[in-house]
Design a protein around this ligand. Structure first.
Ligand code: AMP
Ligand code: ZN
Length: 126
């Protein structure tokens, strides 16, 4: 599917979705970078010194709702995270990428998003 600005606008208008509203700037956020397909912004409740969210501009559900037709956007999110990490100069020191999926993972927002966390040694405990 080609992601024209018009298609994204019309599709997202139909959604009552926080991240669609962030992507369309209806709700303000601290945007780190943006291109035709993705927006990267600061998480409002950071869990690490660097905590960004990477989202597609078009509304897609979580990983569990996606299929092979979405593989370009899924891989695009990960490559965007890599690009941002390089720009932030954290490729060497390291970073963590997280998809929260469903209740047990504490997923709050039903719009595909990838967390990028960095800036200190990150614990891995549950
Ligand atoms: P998840 O738990 O994976 O669904 O993550 C949703 C994330 O969105 C949480 O880490 C929230 O802190 C973050 N969040 C919620 N509202 C906003 C907002 N208005 N701007 C930026 N981040 C937000
Ligand atoms: Zn959305």
């Amino acid at each position: 599917m080609s992601l024209t600005v018009e298609k994204i606008f019309v599709r997202n208008l139909l959604m009552d979705c926080l991240f669609c509203k962030i992507a369309s700037k209806e709700i303000p956020s601290e945007i780190i970078s943006e291109d035709e397909k993705f927006v990267v912004f600061k998480d409002i409740n950071p869990k690490a010194p660097i905590h960004f969210l990477i989202i597609p501009k078009i509304h897609l559900g979580p990983i569990s709702a996606l299929g092979a037709e979405d593989k370009e956007i899924i891989s695009g999110l990960i490559l965007k995270a890599k690009e941002v990490a390089k720009k932030m100069d954290i490729s060497e020191s390291g970073y963590r990428l997280i998809f929260n999926i469903g209740r047990d993972a504490g997923m709050e927002v039903d719009h595909l998003h990838l967390h990028l966390l960095a800036g200190k040694p990150l614990k891995f405990e549950f």
